[in-house]
Each structure stands twice: as C-alpha cells, then as structure tokens.
Ligand binder design. Structure first.
Ligand code: NCD
Length: 526
C-alpha cells in the first residue's frame, strides 16, 4: 500500500524544512504517541508497516544516539532497515561520490528514506535536489533525506527532540522560553539549529555562555536577533552566575575536539574549565532549573560532571529518550502515514521571482557625458554607478572584478568619479564595441555590482537605461563557488555539486547547501 500523506517524500535537511505549524504538529503527534505507549493503548496508527519502504542509515561520521534511535524507530515502523557500512564503502575506500552511492541504494526500493550524517555541510540539501531529478527521470517517487548532523551546520532532528523536551518541561506553554546555551557554540551543530528551532516560542531569551574562542558564529547570532530573540553573551559559567537573571533551561554541549584546529586544541583544558559546571555553582542555580545535553559527554572531562546525575537538575537522559519518539513520528510523516489531520501552514516552497533588471527613464535628447578622460560613446554600452557611495578602493576592486569575470578585454575605458553629490564616488566602464549583453551577462553584472546602471547608447543617445539589482538566485556560472571549505559544494571535495546562491537581506548571498552567508563580491573565484 502506498501511503500519501502531505509530508510524503519531503526531506528534513534543516529545521526550517518544516514550517512552524509543521514542527508543532510533530510535537503534538509525539505527545500522542508517548501517551499511547505509556497507557498501553494500541499504537498501530503510528506504524507504517511497509516492507517496501527502504530506510537507509548512511553514517559517514560516528554516531550513537542519532543512529540507534533512528534504527529503533524504523524497526517500530516495520520498514526495511539498511545499516550502511561506511568504513568499508566505496565512499571511504575508492573515493566514490556520495551521490553515486545514494543513487545505487535508491535503486533497490520502491520508496526510500535516507538518514545521512557527514562532515560535508549541506550534503542532504544537495542529495534531496539531485535525487529528486534522478527519481523523476526514472519515474520513481522522490526519496526523503533526513540530516543526522552535517559538520558544524545543523542537526534538525536533534533540535526537534530538544524542543519537544522543553515543551514537556513547560507544560506545553509556548509563550516564553529562557535558555542558556553553554559550551562549544562555535562547532556545535545542535546549538546552531537552535537559531530556528526556538522560534516555536513567542518570546525567546538566549544566553550564550562560551569563551570567545568558542563563541557562536555571528551569522547565527544575527539570525536569532532577526527572529526577535533577546541575546546576552557571557564568557564563562562563573560570569553567568555572577549576575541575577539565570535561565531555567541550560543546554550544555561537548567541546567538539575533532573539529578544532591546532591552536584552539592547545587551549582545550582552559576552555573546557570555563564551561564546566562545578559544585560551587550549585547554590546559585534557581530551583526547578533543568540541565540538558545532546550527549555524549566525555567520561574524563564532562561539562556536566557525574555528581549532577542524581540531582533534580539532571534531565538529559529523558531528553535523549525523546529522540526515539520524535523520530518515530518523523518517519511516520515522511513515509506518508501521518499528516492527514495536519491543519496550518505548510512550508512555503515557492521561488522568489527572478527580478533584478529595472528599466529606468532616459532623459531624452540629452547627450551622455562620460566624464573626464573618457571619450563619449557613439554606439555601445556604459556601465555606470558602479559601487556608488563605497570607498574609492572598493570601487576600483569592483571595476576590476567586472572586467575579469565578464572577460571585458576589449577596446574600452573606465574610471572612478564623483557622483552628482560631490561627497560620493562611483565607477564607470565605457564599452564602445559591445552593443548588447545577453541575459546571463546582465545577471552576472547585477551580482558583481548591484545597483549599477546599464546605458545602451545608439547614435550618441542613451536609448535605454537599466538599474541592476542582485539576482534572487545565482547558479550555472563557472566562476562562483562557496567559500566554506566544509560545504558539500566546495570544489576540493569533488562531489560535483553545482554551486548555487540565494540572495538574502542587504547585499548578502547565502549558499543553498551549507547556508553560509557571503558578501556579494566574495562568491566569485576570479
Ligand atoms: C551531537 C552530534 O553529533 O551533533 N550528538 C547527538 O547527535 N546526540 C553532539 C555531539 O557530538 O557533541
């Protein structure tokens, strides 16, 4: 029997792959499941019971809880569980690309769900897109991908079990949450997913407790602020407890030594001390506070030492068990079993319109005056307003980038000039031999020099004038690449992933795979 609920064939590559309503649905269903199990009621309505559904555990990084909870959750569903042996696989021993391996496994079943853990950030988003078109060519249903942790990027299903646990603690009240996140906030993917996962609460206060060397990356802090979270930063637990407003939810993380560079590693003991809970702190933590941790904790150097295990603060073990229940529901949703009773807004998959060319009026009859040192163009193109308002050095860099990237090695001239406002500068390139740009060149120009104008000149007159903006999507250009060396699309990984960027706020492009923001001039390779 083919199940066809609304989540069938969807993927969970990042937290935001489920809308807030969909996340809340996942928590509601998990609560129903837990209650049914606790009361001994029949749980058949949560069970997919589909032997044709292939469930693949593709763990290219070690895992205990994520892997075991998914494996057990899949067994609950009675689906065909495949434990992929990463160590002896061709990915590890024969340099096969992950896409080729996944295509093979996908071919074995009528329908498939993959859980992937890898250090390649954004790998699930890539596989989701690549396998969707492959499945379409073969006439198979689209497979689902679940991100079981990708490098330092995200760990969405850990986030869902964490939020579910917080909701239980709060008696299902979503009005407010105050959380202290403590530990390695630089490398810890579980805390990065919090930037989106905590949005299910209406008022969010986050205290970031980490030494500067392990601080939360700015772009996650910005994301939290954009979502209206109130953020405070502390360098150690000691400094955090020296002030009065202490959170009742503490989320500890391990020092991710395996992801640290030599320099940080040398200081590991010192760094760990600042985020390790000690007995002296006990009296300063308010009653009712709960400590959580995605686990594992280091048995020699735990940040939540074992003397805490028998205190009322210890809540990490129950949290970890919730991973089994939330993952049963996640598989139930993606297999198409659960979801018919979903009410609310689904995730929006619509693409932004491809608008980046704005036609602006031409003042008729006026001859173009192209500044000192530039001979007026009779026929051709003038790119004007390059980098308007930026400092002179940046404008020259932009002119240089335009020339190199667009290969404008033709008869031409350029310069940096005053604008009508004498306190501002702009750049200009004058191209007498080029009569028109094609769409891809215009798009490229909008992405290299957003805000510039394109003047088409015929018989000494400006015939049309366009202002170019940053395109909403940038792809299919050989000259672009993501600069995050952990990204699945980073050229050195040879995963043959086509780089693609989305325009974010201001002049930022975000890699669609690893979501790392780039300044617009940063994405180009030449
Ligand atoms: C975490 C992970 O791998 O991201 N563990 C987990 O999935 N429960 C955290 C960690 O390894 O420190």
């Amino acid at each position: 029997m083919r199940l066809s609920g609304p989540f069938s064939g969807r993927s969970i590559t990042v937290v935001n792959d489920l809308s807030l309503d969909e996340q809340v649905y996942l928590y509601r269903k998990t609560r129903e499941l837990k209650e049914a199990i606790a009361s001994g009621a029949d749980t058949a309505r949560f069970r997919t019971d589909d032997r044709d559904l292939g469930f693949y555990l593709l763990f290219l990084e070690d895992s205990t809880r994520t892997k075991e909870s998914f494996r057990n959750a899949a067994k609950f569903h009675g689906v065909r569980v495949n434990n992929f042996d990463a160590g002896t696989s061709s990915i590890t021993t024969k340099k096969e690309s992950i896409t080729d391996t996944v295509k093979m496994l996908f071919g074995y079943g009528a329908r498939s769900i993959f859980v992937v853990r890898s250090k390649l950030e954004g790998v699930c988003r890539w596989l989701d897109l690549a396998l969707a078109s492959y499945a379409e060519r073969l006439g198979y249903p689209r497979p689902s991908f679940i991100n079981g942790g990708d490098g330092r990027h995200e760990h969405p299903t850990q986030e869902f079990l964490d939020e579910y646990t917080f909701l239980e603690k709060k008696g299902w009240n979503r009005d407010h949450v105050h959380i202290a996140v403590v530990g390695d906030l630089l490398h810890g993917r579980t805390v990065h997913s919090k930037a989106d996962g905590l949005r299910i609460f209406r008022n969010v206060e986050v205290d970031l407790v980490a030494p500067p060397e392990l601080a939360m990356p700015d772009y996650y802090v910005e994301r939290m602020k954009e979502s209206g979270f109130a953020i405070r930063v502390f360098p150690s637990i000691e400094s955090y407890l020296a002030q009065k407003k202490v959170a009742d939810i503490w989320y500890f993380t391990r020092l991710q030594l395996e992801r640290m560079g030599e320099q940080v590693l040398e200081k590991a003991d010192h760094l760990r001390n600042s985020v390790t809970f000690s007995r002296d702190f006990l009296s300063k933590v308010p009653e009712g506070t709960k400590f959580y941790h995605p686990l594992p904790r280091h048995r020699e150097h735990p940040t939540i030492p074992s003397f805490l295990d028998t205190t009322p603060f210890a809540a990490w073990d129950e949290q970890s068990i919730n991973g089994y229940f939330t993952r049963i529901v996640e598989i139930g949703m993606l297999s198409g079993l659960l979801g018919d009773d979903f009410a609310g807004e689904h995730r929006d998959f619509s693409e932004p319109p491809e608008e980046y060319i704005e036609e602006v009026p031409v003042k008729r009859g006026k001859k173009p005056e192209y500044k000192v040192g530039i001979k007026p163009v009779d026929n051709g193109i003038v790119i004007d307003h390059i980098g308007k308002g930026r400092d002179i050095g940046s404008i020259w860099t932009q002119i240089d980038q335009i020339r190199r990237i667009m290969r404008l090695d033709c008869r031409s001239s350029h310069g940096v000039y005053h604008t009508n406002d004498p306190s501002l500068y702009k750049g200009l390139i004058s191209l007498p031999d080029i009569l028109a740009f094609d769409e891809s060149q215009i798009k490229m120009l909008g992405a290299i020099a957003p805000g510039c104008t394109l003047n088409i000149i015929k018989e000494k007159q400006v015939r049309s004038k366009y202002r170019l903006h940053m395109p909403p999507r940038l792809y299919n250009f050989a000259q672009i690449s993501c600069k995050n060396d952990n990204c699945v699309s980073f050229p050195a990984h040879h995963q043959h992933v086509l780089p693609e960027f989305r325009r974010a706020d201001g002049t930022t492009f975000v890699c669609i795979y690893c979501e790392r923001p780039h300044r617009f001039e940063e994405i180009w390779d030449i």
